[in-house]
Design a protein around this ligand. Structure first.
Ligand code: NAP
Length: 217
């Protein structure tokens, strides 16, 4: 599949980019500028070589990357996500859009800070055309874990969304990454509950100097 990662120059995208390129997907790194996208693509292609990927990762401006792909992952900071997507909304037709976006407030503890709509995923669905299907996923997976190819990703990925076919595609893409298991939690309305687990994990990580994720048994 053609998969783009908007804000794909950031830390969260790296592991997903390499893992999907490794299993043969055409992966596009999106950025606000073509120059930064090109630099990031060159760097990530270099790292991906160690995983047997042959330089196929391409950098593009966010709008061009979204337009060219079937699946779009929103790897943007929560506070800039709506404005960025509004600015490139004409690039969207019927893509599946994956939201790992977690709106948080940083104080003595890290807390969930949802927008008025209830969650970042619902905000994203609201700013994009109705023909786009948003699926929430990957909020609880640490960027460092995704980019570490030495240690298995022995985690559960809770997903939610309103379209079963879109969720089936995201489940398949997820389970192509060794050891990850997908659990469908229901409609997009559930996303606030999934997003809210991430600040809990971050507080636990700080306290225990560990990198937690989640697994349901
Ligand atoms: N990091 C994690 O472990 C983790 C885990 C789970 C979920 N997430 C979620 O994944 C998303 C990405 O996280 P991240 O840590 O990769 O974020 P990040 O590194 O802070 O930012 C990602 C990219 O967003 C773009 N960006 C920065 N400021 C922007 C602005 N004002 N307007 C538009 N684009 C801007 C930048 O790309 P360009 O400069 O190239 O445009 C940047 O490389 C977030 O929503 C986060 O909640 C992260």
């Amino acid at each position: 599949m053609k998969i783009s990662l908007l804000g794909g120059t950031g830390s969260f995208a790296e592991g997903l980019v390499i893992r999907w390129a490794k299993v043969g997907h055409e992966v596009l790194i999106g950025s606000r500028t073509q120059e930064k996208a090109d630099v990031a693509a060159a760097e990530i292609n270099e790292k991906a070589k160690e995983q047997g990927v042959d330089g196929s990762i391409i950098g593009m401006e966010n709008g061009e990357a979204a337009k060219a792909s079937e699946v779009v992952v929103v790897c943007l900071p929560p506070e800039y996500t709506n404005a960025t997507l509004e600015g490139i909304s004409s690039s969207f037709t019927n893509q599946i859009v994956i939201s790992p976006v977690v709106p948080m407030k940083f104080g003595k503890v890290v807390s969930y800070d949802p927008p008025e709509s209830g969650s970042s995923a619902i905000d994203i669905q609201n700013v994009l055309p109705d023909s786009v299907n948003v699926v929430s996923a990957y909020h609880n997976i640490p960027a460092k874990g995704l980019a570490n190819f030495e240690k298995p990703l022995d985690y559960d990925v809770v997903i939610c969304g309103d379209d079963d076919e879109a969720k089936a595609v995201v489940s398949k893409l997820t389970e192509e990454m060794p050891s990850l298991k997908t659990i469908d939690a229901g409609p997009l309305e559930i996303s606030s509950m999934i997003e809210a687990i991430t600040p809990l994990i971050i507080n636990m990580n700080k306290k225990h100097k560990h990198e937690f994720s989640i697994k349901f048994i």
